[in-house]
Design a protein around this ligand. Structure first.
Ligand SMILES: N[C@@H](CCC(=O)N[C@@H](CS)C(=O)NCC(=O)O)C(=O)O
Length: 261
């Protein structure tokens, strides 16, 4: 009994410690933001393709953080398969875009990781959450948006449509692609239900999770997979999202000279 009580006290102490450290962390972040001068940031490179739905996620995050001027875009032509060539694979083993390149030679792939990096730069993590709870919920909903929507549409695109063309799509499995298309449609209904209860994907404010669903709906437009008409909350939310300058101006933020697709 005594040791049970002691165990509980220790657990409470540990909880308080974690909670206090989270608060302290936040105050460190806030004081860092005061000293943040974006013009002192070394120029970063983003390897991307201007109309790609995944690169769009990072472009939106950049604009939300007002960091566009700190970035130089390097265009990697997906339709020519440049992302599968050795030079690019050395930057990102997965052979996907986007990739953030830092001036110390570090490469960060994966939209979520890039967004987390950009969001943390000024110490004010508006996109990825400030409290432990916000961070957990945003991460969960963003991952769910990848699993249930965006990545599923990507598989549909690569397997059950001409995708990036015969030179790039060397293995296709149409049945798998159609299954993933149906999964994405179920995902749209799920996010519609979420948005019937709250204004944004992870709750009360715009976050990385909204950006991931936006990426999914951008891809849905490309593959001509309309959001079902009955998903009124999702459609209304998307109309609101499309009004955000970060979303509206994502392609024109930087366009390569190549013909646009
Ligand atoms: N999990 C990756 C996926 C990135 C991804 O699939 N990007 C697309 C660009 S829209 C791509 O590179 N597709 C080319 C391919 O898969 O061949 C992320 O979140 O960054």
């Amino acid at each position: 009994m005594l040791s049970e009580k002691k165990g509980l006290t220790n657990a409470l102490l540990a909880y308080n410690f974690v909670y206090q450290s989270a608060d302290r962390q936040e105050s460190i972040m806030i004081s860092d933001k005061i000293n943040f001068d974006p013009t002192k940031l070394a120029l970063m490179k983003i390897h991307d393709w201007h109309t790609g739905p995944y690169p769009a996620r990072v472009r939106i995050a950049l604009a939300e953080k007002n960091l566009q001027s700190r970035v130089q875009f390097v265009s990697v032509n997906l339709y020519k398969g440049e992302h599968k060539k050795a030079a690019f694979l050395a930057k990102n083993y997965s052979g996907t875009l986007p990739v953030l390149e830092l001036d110390d030679g570090t490469f960060i792939a994966e939209c979520t990781a890039i967004t987390e990096y950009l969001d943390a730069l000024d110490g004010s993590t508006i996109l990825t959450g400030k409290t432990p709870r916000e961070k957990g919920v945003i991460h969960m909903m963003s991952k769910r948006a990848e699993l249930e929507l965006l990545d599923a549409i990507s598989v549909y695109f690569h397997h059950a449509t001409p995708g990036l063309g015969p030179d790039v799509e060397i293995y296709q499995n149409a049945e798998w692609g159609f299954r993933q298309r149906d999964k994405a449609l179920r995902g749209m209904h799920y996010f519609d239900a979420v948005l019937q209860k709250q204004p944004f994907i992870a709750g009360e404010f715009f976050s990385m999770a909204d950006i991931t669903v936006i990426g999914g709906l951008i891809f849905a437009e490309i593959v001509k997979l309309p959001v079902p008409a009955e998903c009124l909350a999702l459609l209304a939310w998307y109309a609101r999202m499309e009004e955000r300058p970060s979303v509206k101006n994502r392609v024109t933020m930087s366009e390569p000279n190549q013909a646009s697709v």
